[in-house]
Design a protein around this ligand. Structure first.
Ligand code: NHR
Ligand code: GAR
Length: 226
């Protein structure tokens, strides 16, 4: 079993998607919020997941907040730390402590639109494609190795609400997938900072082909050539 700690700041729908995915070999050890009023805390508590609040407003500096956050995370023995709508920039020291086991989902096709207000900025830029990116976190904001991305169209008449909703549906699909790969020990980061997914096949159009032994339902009706 791998223990996962999920950090949230608000609604927590990505956290919900990861919990609901029921990833084999994964145990959600805790959900931690920097905001006491985060809606996601109630969902976690209702599922019997330990919750904690480390309120950034109670600390004099980012360093002090991050130290308290790390202490709380380590109480739960996290092997993977997942940022799911977590809204505080983390210090270099914090990021280094969890290097290679700290993931974030960012609501844009990185390296486009790092930072905040990504959907509004995408609309204003007039881009036709937008999306979300799961990446390993490095000290440089929104610059870490990309694990998986999802693309959505930007449609005429889109506003921030319609576009963010379209992206969010994809976030709920790709974040559990990325966590699953991590838990299965299938992710490596090359010296060039590129993520490789072990046993992943990709066709000429760039679509991922699940490796045969992971096709859902293969079994009793398995029609693979023997
Ligand atoms: N920390 C590091 N070092 N590196 C990353 O890549 C990080 C990170 C912390 C959070 C998530 C990120 C996102 O996906 C993330 C990636 C918050 C801000 C921000 O400016 C920017 C990027 C992200 C998260 N936060 C303000 C701050 O002063 C507060 C904003 C608020 O509270 O609403 O920390 O977008
Ligand atoms: C998600 O769209 C996530 O990508 C984004 O905030 C939303 C959180 O929703 N993250 C950031 O903007 C990080 N700065 P959720 O709380 O329902 O998962």
């Amino acid at each position: 079993m791998k223990s996962i700690v999920i950090l949230i700041s608000g609604r927590g729908s990505n956290m919900e998607a990861i919990v609901n995915a029921g990833i084999p070999g994964a145990r959600i050890a805790a959900v931690i919020s920097n905001r006491p009023d985060a809606k996601g805390l109630a969902f976690a508590a209702a599922r019997g997941i330990p919750t904690a609040v480390v309120d950034h407003k109670a600390f004099p500096s980012r360093e002090a907040f991050d130290a308290a956050l790390a202490e709380t995370i380590d109480t739960h023995g996290a092997e993977l730390v997942v940022l799911a709508g977590f809204m505080r920039v983390l210090t270099d020291a914090f990021v280094r402590r969890y290097e290679g086991r700290l993931m974030n989902i960012h609501p844009s096709l990185l390296p486009s639109f790092p930072g905040l207000h990504t959907h509004q900025r995408a609309i204003e830029a007039g881009v036709r494609a937008h999306g979300a990116t799961v990446h390993f976190v490095t000290p440089a904001l929104d610059c870490g190795p990309v694990v998986i991305q999802a693309v959505v169209p930007v449609l005429p008449g889109d506003d921030e609400d319609s576009l963010s909703a379209r992206v969010l549906r994809q976030e709920h699909r790709i974040y559990p997938q990325a966590v699953r790969w991590f838990v299965e020990d299938r992710l490596t980061v090359t010296a060039q900072g590129q993520v490789r997914v072990r046993d992943e096949a990709v066709d000429e159009a760039g679509w991922t082909i699940p490796s045969l032994d992971r096709v859902p339902g293969a079994g009793a009706c398995d029609s693979r050539p023997s």
